[in-house]
Design a protein around this ligand. Structure first.
Ligand code: NAD
Length: 506
């Protein structure tokens, strides 16, 4: 074990001690509470050891959080945008101060390699700062002229909203959702994923330290079927922003039907990376490897299907095999580690089940396809895996595996590439590699996805829209799209007193 890893483990133990010693509660109306007293154990995917007890919210606990958010809604909506901006920048400062703690706790809680989590707090802070800067103008609308009337639009915050987040990059995704909600003037009840609850509590502490008024930010821990369901059904909640599985999105659509809530669903994907013969070989190779094996492949925008053109297939797959076999699997706090343990035993079982499914389907396991538990102990370690000789109708090409597992499929023509790319229920992201600009443009229009990157890996740009089509979701985050979701638009129409008013019954 390197000296650096030893040092990181010692530091992480220090940060985790309070979670091990005290039950992690809910943050409701500016107070930490254990609520109804039900708890569950949190463990680390590193070796399944204990990370502490977490309160599991009951319906009553969730109701209390929703009522706190409702009570605080008018005050926060009336707080001038410039003041909200100041508070959210202070929140960014708080996150940056605790960057190392956030990175290490996140790595230990969900198994993500520290090399990727190091930026989590900085990115989270950037999310708050970006949306904070737009808070003063968020209510502004449009002026729409007619010959005898002038229309103008104004926006107002929706009120209390629910933010429900998954376990894959829980900290970053939570900030990405909560920052625009608060900047819009909405109050929030956040329910983090039960499999990775720790950094959400640090977020709530930072919000408190930044001076957010009581009840503006509430956080309840617990399970989707109880706490998540109660939150989505509560009549005070005006909108639900979910990042999660497509099946969960469907459930939430049904759960919110009776109270007719606005929904933003960011769901699963089976994203194609399409590499043409004329692609920049090395850059396409780097990006293909990065987009499926970074973040343990537990990434909604991961390029989990490689569509490779026949002319370079052999050369590309040979280079790819070498890279994949070389990826360093290890302790998430080891600075050398590229792939850490999968988040949970249940998810490990799901990912490893595809090793057998691939064989049954008739694909070839070119690299990996193994659990590493024999070599690395009880953690959820698997080998980075590459399936070749695959067909697009195989389960390994259609189902979201959500691990460090890539399925490669050969194609000949541009038309075939489009057909394969679109033959999936999902439509989150796609990646196109070609040096032919016309083809890049044609592909960008033809591939059914909310986001397409041409000759690039997933590049973050906060003003750009982020979201999917088909089973990958409804709605967009980013820039003004986020404000539009968390705000209601009202049209005001003013007559110039020149038009003829229709007359009845005179
Ligand atoms: P999940 O759907 O199981 O859980 C997400 C959240 O929903 C959790 O907090 C969970 O407790 C809650 N939940 C579950 N059932 C609920 C219910 N009936 N009512 C209310 N809340 C409920 O997802 P996960 O396994 O934590 O995360 C992985 C999934 O998230 C993958 O499918 C991945 O693609 C997706 N994801 C999508 C994006 C995106 O931007 N499109 C980003 C990251 C992850």
């Amino acid at each position: 074990m390197s000296a650096q890893l030893q040092e990181n483990i010692a530091k992480a133990e220090g940060y985790l001690a309070r979670f091990k010693e005290n039950t992690l509660g809910h943050f409701i109306n500016g107070e930490w509470t254990l609520g109804s007293g039900e708890t569950f154990d949190n463990t680390t995917p590193l070796d399944q050891s204990y990370l502490g007890k977490v309160a599991a919210a009951s319906v009553e606990d969730v109701n209390a959080a929703c009522e706190a958010a409702a009570a605080a809604a008018a005050g926060w909506a009336a707080t001038p945008g410039a003041e909200r901006r100041k508070i959210l920048h202070r929140l960014g400062d708080e996150l940056e101060k605790r960057a190392e703690e956030i990175a290490m706790v996140e790595s230990m809680d969900c198994g993500q390699a520290l090399r990727f989590m190091r930026q989590a707090a900085v990115r989270g802070a950037a999310n708050f700062r970006f949306f904070a800067d737009q808070a003063p103008e968020a209510r502004n609308g449009l002026s729409l002229h007619q010959a005898e009337h002038t229309n103008f639009t104004v926006r107002s915050p929706l009120g209390p909203v629910a933010v429900i987040t998954p376990w894959n990059t829980p900290f970053m995704l939570s900030t990405w959702k909560i920052a625009p909600a608060l900047a819009s003037g909405c109050t929030v009840v956040h329910k983090p994923a039960e499999l990775s609850p720790l950094t959400a509590s640090i977020l709530a502490e930072c919000a408190d330290a930044a001076g957010l008024p009581k009840g503006v930010w509430n956080m309840v821990n617990g399970f989707g079927a109880v706490a998540g369901k109660a939150l989505t059904e509560h009549p005070a909640i005006k909108a639900v922003a979910l990042v999660g599985d497509s099946a969960t999105g469907k459930m939430i659509q049904a759960q919110t039907a009776q109270t007719l809530k606005r929904l933003h669903l960011e769901l699963g994907g089976k994203n194609p990376v399409i590499v043409f013969d004329d692609a920049d070989f090395e850059r396409a190779l780097d990006a293909t490897v990065f987009m499926i094996y970074s973040l343990n492949g537990q990434r909604c925008t991961s390029s989990s299907r490689l569509l490779i053109q026949s002319g370079i297939k052999d050369k590309f797959l040979a280079a790819l095999k070498e890279r994949v076999a070389n990826i360093k699997v290890g302790h998430p706090l080891d600075p050398e580690t590229e792939v850490g343990p999968l988040v949970h035993t249940g998810h490990y079982d799901k990912v490893t089940s595809y090793f057998e499914i691939a064989k049954q389907d008739g694909a070839t396991i070119a690299v990996g396809g193994k659990s590493l538990r024999d070599e690395m102990g009880p953690g959820n370690y698997v080998t980075p895996t590459l399936f070749v000789d695959a067909k697009n109708d195989m389960r390994i090409a259609q189902e979201e595996i959500f691990g460090p597992v890539l399925t490669a499929i050969e194609f000949d023509t541009e038309e075939e590439a489009i057909k394969l790319a679109n033959e999936t229920v999902y439509g989150l992201a796609g990646y196109i590699w070609t040096s032919n600009t016309g083809r890049a443009m044609r592909m960008a229009h033809a591939v059914e996805a909310g986001m397409l990157w041409v000759n690039s890996e997933n590049n973050r740009n906060l003003p750009s829209p982020f979201g999917g089509v088909k089973m990958s979701g409804i709605g967009r985050d980013g820039g003004d799209w986020s404000f539009d979701f968390y705000m209601e638009t009202k049209n005001v129409c003013i007559a110039h007193d020149t038009h003829k008013v229709p007359v009845l019954g005179r």
